[in-house]
Design a protein around this ligand. Structure first.
Ligand code: HEC
Length: 170
């Protein structure tokens, strides 16, 4: 709901600018470099973009020993399944970059280190998925979780620990 309202506000704002015909504003913006769409807040980017991708990767790694359903593995069992895992790991690589967009990056210090680490872990996950290497895939999933947690501890301590992937928390 807030997302929709914010989007409207941006559209109205943009329409206002166009109506004013303020060429100087537009020129100075483009001189400053490319424009990015930063409509999603950091919380929205986390909850709507990063978390669903990370969750789907964690749901494909490890095993469950359930009282009712017994023991079963979560790893993909088909080429197609591994291919999907590789695609999601590629999204992790690029979301690491997204966190570093001007206007999003909080600093060029630890924030940059964690964002870059996420992309690197994503690349390793892609490789593990491509090779259908279950152990590597699990390990890189655990590394991904560490990166999330480390950044949250530094930049949003109150939300650290609010989420835990089922396949890693046993
Ligand atoms: C570079 C730093 C950084 C990394 C890496 C990071 N986060 Fe976040 N995350 C944040 C910050 C900052 C917030 C708080 C945003 C706010 O509330 O304004 C946040 C908030 C969240 C939230 C709460 C969103 C809400 O609805 O309030 C979730 C869920 C989340 N992150 C998931 C993840 C997951 C999953 C990962 C790893 C796959 C991850 N984050 C990696 C910085 C990061």
């Amino acid at each position: 709901m807030t997302g929709i309202l914010r989007l409207f506000a941006v559209v109205i704002f943009a329409a206002g600018l166009a109506a004013c015909g303020s060429d100087s504003d537009t020129a100075s913006e483009s001189a400053a470099g490319p424009e990015y769409t930063l409509t999603l807040s950091m919380a929205e980017l986390m909850a709507h973009v990063l978390e669903p991708v990370a969750d789907s990767l964690w749901r494909s790694a490890g095993w469950i020993d359930d009282e009712i359903e017994g023991y079963y593995e979560l790893y993909p069992t088909t080429d197609e399944g591994w291919h999907q895992a590789e695609e999601r790991a590629a999204l992790i690589v690029e979301i690491g970059n997204t966190l570093m967009l001007p206007g999003r990056a909080v600093d060029n210090d630890s924030w940059a280190t964690y964002s870059k680490a996420m992309s690197t872990v994503g690349l390793n996950m892609m490789q593990a998925a491509e090779q259908q290497n279950e152990e590597e895939f699990f390990q890189t999933g655990a590394q991904l979780y560490s990166v999330c947690t480390a950044c949250h501890q530094s930049y949003s301590p109150d939300i650290a620990g609010r989420f835990a992937p089922s396949s890693l928390s046993q």
